[in-house]
Design a protein around this ligand. Structure first.
Ligand code: KG4
Ligand code: ZN
Length: 345
């Protein structure tokens, strides 16, 4: 089935066109187009995303991206089976632009059987591992039970997955999301928004053992996280030590944050006998995080597969929304076509 997907929950306007097949046992995706118009430059002077600016940019970018798809695949208007659109969580004015665009598009499509399906942005991240070049025959290649870690600018969530359609949140951040902590610490170090890639770059030149920052909630038996205290520890450290090397602060902060993420994820994997660990979301782009996950899994001699989508499918994109749309369509899971800023997974 041909799926056109639209993502406008935050500061990336994204449209993708995919062919999905294989059903729930062996879902496969052929990507025809995966377009993202980033608004980073527009929001950078404000140090974060400005909702009304995001809405204005989505309104401008959506028709431009769609036209690009029409230019290369002119037949698509007649052959789209499913329009998948993000309905939350995210910035509501931004979400509405995508939902309204999807509704208008439905009138233009001549395939009378075509449908619109509302998708959770978090399900998009959760299922993004399916966009890996490997295809998973889900029953024979044992990847479940799995522990999935979503790490983005808005969320830090740990999920236990028993199958593609049966999963449960087991933990989440109680305050700042991990990406938000990276962005705030970057600001303290006078680095531009978004801070994650900047901290990663700086940390490469620093010593991760230079400063012993706290590892919040590391030893608590639950699967929740907290990053706001870590950010405050960085603030006080910079205030009280004027001669610190920025690269050491970046490396030590990153190490403290990743120690907690990795340790709690591995503990969940052991407790639930997971066959795989999946990471997704913008922070999953981070090479040190990927490397350390793989290293720890090897060191502990765990028989656990580590699955992470290619980098362009970690940050916000519409291909992952198409994947979640396909799965929700197969399992007949319906969501209202209204923006829900606080939609849960
Ligand atoms: O998933 P995403 O694109 O948007 C949300 O759904 O939030 O994630 C964006 C977040 C930002 O906070 C950004 O600083 C962070 O991901 N990020 C990174 C890296 N690249 C992006 N964090 C750490 N290391 C990176 N390389
Ligand atoms: Zn996201």
């Amino acid at each position: 089935m041909k799926i056109l997907a639209i993502e406008t929950s935050c500061d990336e306007t994204a449209i993708a066109l995919l062919e999905a097949s294989g059903g729930l046992r062996n879902p496969k995706f052929k990507i025809f187009k995966n377009l993202v118009a980033s608004q980073i430059k527009i929001h950078r002077p404000f140090g974060g995303v400005v909702p009304n600016l995001a809405k204005r940019e989505h309104l401008k970018n959506l028709p431009i991206l769609f036209k690009k798809i029409l230019n290369s695949k002119s037949y698509i208007l007649n052959s789209i089976d499913l329009i998948a659109v993000t309905v939350g969580p995210g910035l509501e004015p931004a979400l509405w632009t995508g939902i309204n665009f999807a509704k208008n598009l439905k009138f233009q499509i001549s395939n009378l059987r075509s449908k619109i399906i509302g998708v959770s942005h978090l399900e998009g991240h959760l299922y993004s591992f399916l966009l890996n070049s490997k295809s998973y025959i889900l029953n024979s290649k044992q990847i479940f039970p799995a522990i999935a870690l979503i790490v983005s600018g808005g969320h830090t969530i740990l999920i236990k997955m028993d199958s593609l359609v049966k999963y449960k949140k087991i933990g989440e951040t109680r305050d700042d999301a991990i990406g938000e902590a990276f962005d705030k610490v970057a600001r303290l170090l006078s680095l531009p928004y978004p801070g994650g890639p900047e901290i990663e770059k700086l940390a490469k030149r620093g010593n991760p053992g230079a400063i012993n920052f706290p590892r919040p909630m590391l030893n608590q038996k639950n699967y929740d996280f907290s990053f706001s205290g870590l950010k405050t520890a960085v603030l006080y450290c910079l205030r009280d030590n004027k001669n610190l090397k920025k690269e050491n602060v970046a490396a030590s902060f990153q190490q403290a944050a990743f120690d907690v993420l990795i340790s709690k994820t591995l503990r969940a994997a052991k407790e639930f006998n997971a066959k795989s660990i999946m990471i997704s979301g913008g922070v999953a782009v981070n090479k040190t995080l990927r490397k350390e996950f793989k290293l720890k899994i090897e060191n502990f001699k765990l028989k656990i597969d580590f699955l992470a989508p290619p980098k362009n499918f970690c940050a916000d994109n519409a291909a992952m929304i198409a994947v979640a749309g396909y799965i929700n369509h197969l399992r007949k899971k319906k969501r209202r076509l209204t923006a829900n800023g606080n939609l849960n997974i």
